[in-house]
Design a protein around this ligand. Structure first.
Ligand code: PLP
Length: 415
């Protein structure tokens, strides 16, 4: 019996826990000799494929030279390289880079930057605007700005003065804009949003034009706009950032997951000069009070620098476009299936809802589908009755076909 308590796992169900010993590209290999296709990029992180030789080599090299150094008031080459690399490809307005360790902490940092901005300007604001069905991580601050529901009911009342803006479902965009306008007018510190697609909320997509309108309303009322691109960043949506498709630049940008190509944990929160300036004075009480022991760990930064070099040297967006095309083609087959109630696609992310008497994250379909996919040699982890495919960009055509064939089988069993 293992002593390990796994995340998002109901151990009482006794589901099998595969033991992985090696990974390469889009493939995982288990201790019992199985070859598994990673259909979700190991929780949406692996962009270029597992154990990309350039990233693995950079990690090994850095680990042998400088493993760790305090980052409060100290610096090192890999962090400087990451900051310079980000400056070269991210929107020019985002001049400042703050490191942390996960998507959740990137969000915590973003929220604290927004609160600190208003506090240091002598106009404290506390209200955070959030989008219905949003998800921003599992630390308590990040959870507090996520949709209230099954993920966080146990931890209520949570933190923050939060106002929820309705999701711009097809045709309901005006209700979204009206609510946002009203809340911005009443005064809020920031609006936090996942650009173009809400991930853990069910892979729900909305139009770039809506994102552009939401950004404009916040700008008009001086409410800080936080783009959480932890999932959508690094090509997932077809472009480097989702925000690009709306032609917008946020005040604060959260990145993690594919920042290191998915190899080791690291995150950044990027901010405009105005947010930096609000923390800049000779008063130590105005500084940004955030760190963790491992902020900007050199080994993680070396992996991120290697990821940036891959983006610079290799045709990553061509691979993204090829995968996006293959996903769109594959999604066409189940689209008319009687057991499929809806399909969605954005860039490399394709999703469908299976008909269910009790839809949602706790749908009984979840565990049954996981078992079905594992039997078929696949790592897929549906969000309840929503099945999605989000593989590494290097996945082979046959492996992708195997995923969609197993999804078709699952739909046939239900219909
Ligand atoms: N924000 C978004 C949009 C996410 O999808 C996630 C994770 O899936 C997070 C934040 C949290 O990231 P992490 O799991 O690295 O803490």
């Amino acid at each position: 019996m293992s002593a390990i308590w796994h995340p998002f796992t109901q151990h009482g169900l006794g589901e099998p826990i595969p033991h992985v010993v090696r990974a390469e590209g889009a493939l995982l290999f288990t201790a019992d000799g199985r070859r598994i296709v990673d259909g979700i990029s190991s929780w949406w992180v692996t962009t270029h494929g597992h154990c990309h030789p350039r990233i693995s080599a950079a990690i090994a090299d850095q680990a042998a030279r400088l493993d760790q150094i305090i980052f409060a008031g100290w610096t090192h080459g890999p962090a400087e390289e990451v900051a310079a690399g980000l400056a070269a490809i991210m929107p020019a307005e985002l001049t400042r880079v703050f490191f942390s360790d996960s998507g959740s902490t990137a969000v915590e940092v973003a929220l604290k930057m927004a609160l600190g901005f208003w506090r240091n300007r002598g106009e404290p604001r506390h209200r955070i605007l959030v989008l219905e069905h949003g998800y921003h991580g599992d630390t308590i601050g990040a959870m507090s700005v996520g949709a209230r529901g099954v993920f966080n009911r146990a931890y209520e009342p949570l933190l923050f003065d939060v106002a929820t803006i309705p999701f711009p479902a097809g045709g309901a965009e005006q209700a979204t804009m009206d609510a946002l306008e009203r809340e911005c007018r009443a005064g809020a510190a920031a609006f936090i949003v996942e650009p173009l697609i809400l991930g853990a909320g069910g892979m729900l997509t909305y139009a770039p034009e809506t994102l552009a309108r939401m950004r404009a309303v916040c700008a008009q009322h001086g409410v800080l706009f936080i783009a959480d691109e932890v999932m959508t960043g690094w090509g997932r949506t077809g472009t480097l950032l989702g925000a690009e498709q709306a032609g917008i630049v946020p005040d604060i940008l959260c990145l993690s997951k594919g920042l290191t190509g998915g190899a080791v944990p690291l995150a950044v929160t990027m901010a405009t000069e105005a947010i930096w300036d609000a923390h800049l004075s000779r008063d130590r009480a105005d500084m940004f009070f955030h760190s963790s022991s491992y902020t900007a760990n050199p080994v993680a930064c070396a992996a991120a620098a290697a990821n940036l070099a891959i983006w610079r040297d290799e045709p990553v967006l061509d691979r993204v476009a090829a995968l996006a095309g293959a996903q769109a083609e594959a999604l066409a087959a189940p689209s008319g299936h009687p057991a499929v109630s809806a399909t969605r696609i954005l860039g490399t992310v394709a999703a469908l809802d299976l008909v269910s008497d009790a839809p949602g994250y706790l749908s009984d379909l979840g565990p049954a589908l996981r078992a079905h996919f594992l039997d078929a040699g696949l790592l897929l982890r549906p969000l309840g009755n929503t099945v999605y495919v989000m593989p590494p960009y290097c996945i082979g055509a046959e492996d992708l076909a195997a995923i969609w064939s197993a999804i078709g089988d699952a739909a046939n069993r239900i219909a």
